[in-house]
Write a protein that binds this ligand. Structure first.
Ligand code: ATP
Length: 218
């Protein structure tokens, strides 16, 4: 999915190449992406022995409509900075290119069509699972990929999993995009919360400053 010259290329160009491959898909608003996302992604790759993990930034997350503050283009750029040159990960902009509300069932349908012979895992945090019954076509979601619920290793009560879903142990460091946006608005440093390249992007583009509703871009 990456090549020697570009940041990435579409695996759709090589659909047969993913036969038997273990493919993870991690969606989110990534507003902004942070070290919690990165470590969860690393854990998922290791625990599920994934060959590849695709991070998919939402255009508009249906259950978060109205609270996003950075544009899709900025969130996409920051997500690329988050994964840097780590060959285990890639970013796919399909939800942003589709625009409008981003429903997991639509995205998973695309991955199922592109990679019918890959073993597909759809990764969600236990917090996200709490809203599962409000998702569009939850039963179809469960058919299109194995739902892999990232569960904390700290002994907190296990989430009740839908049938067919699996739990994977994953650390969850106490950081959220909400906290990071608040830190920027308060003029506090992001060092340690996001990779330095992401912090530099946020500063250079004036994201999340108080009073700003949405940055420029699409
Ligand atoms: P917000 O604070 O705006 O709600 P968020 O930081 O929770 O955002 P999302 O982009 O909504 O981030 O999350 C994408 C995925 O990453 C979800 O499955 C979520 O459970 C997971 N995730 C978010 N924060 C962490 C964290 N600190 N550790 C592990 N996983 C996380």
């Amino acid at each position: 999915m990456r090549n020697s010259t570009g940041r990435e290329r579409s695996s759709a160009q090589h659909p047969g190449a993913l036969r038997g491959v273990r493919l993870g898909i991690l969606g989110g608003t990534f507003d902004p992406p942070h070290v919690g996302h990165l470590l969860a992604a690393v854990d998922a790759v290791e625990r599920l022995t994934l060959d590849r993990l695709v991070l998919v930034p939402a255009s508009v997350q249906p259950l978060k409509a109205g609270i996003q503050t950075a544009s899709p283009a900025d969130r996409l750029a920051m997500l690329r900075l988050l994964i840097a040159d780590d060959a285990r990960f890639e970013v796919d902009a399909l939800e942003i290119e589709r625009a409008g509300l981003s429903f997991s069932v639509d995205t998973l349908s695309v991955f199922a069509e592109r990679y019918p012979s890959a073993e597909r895992f759809f990764l969600v945090g236990a917090d996200v699972l709490r809203t599962f019954d409000r998702w569009r076509e939850p039963d179809r979601v469960l058919e299109l990929a194995t739902l892999a619920v990232m569960t904390r290793e700290d002994g907190s009560p296990a989430a009740v999993l839908p049938e067919g879903a699996i739990a994977i142990a994953s650390r969850r460091i106490d950081v959220s995009a909400t906290e990071i946006r608040a830190r920027v608005a308060a003029g506090r440093s992001l060092h340690g919360f996001v990779p330095d390249a992401v912090a530099a992007y946020i500063a250079a583009h004036g994201l999340y400053r108080q009073g700003r509703e949405c940055s420029s871009g699409s």
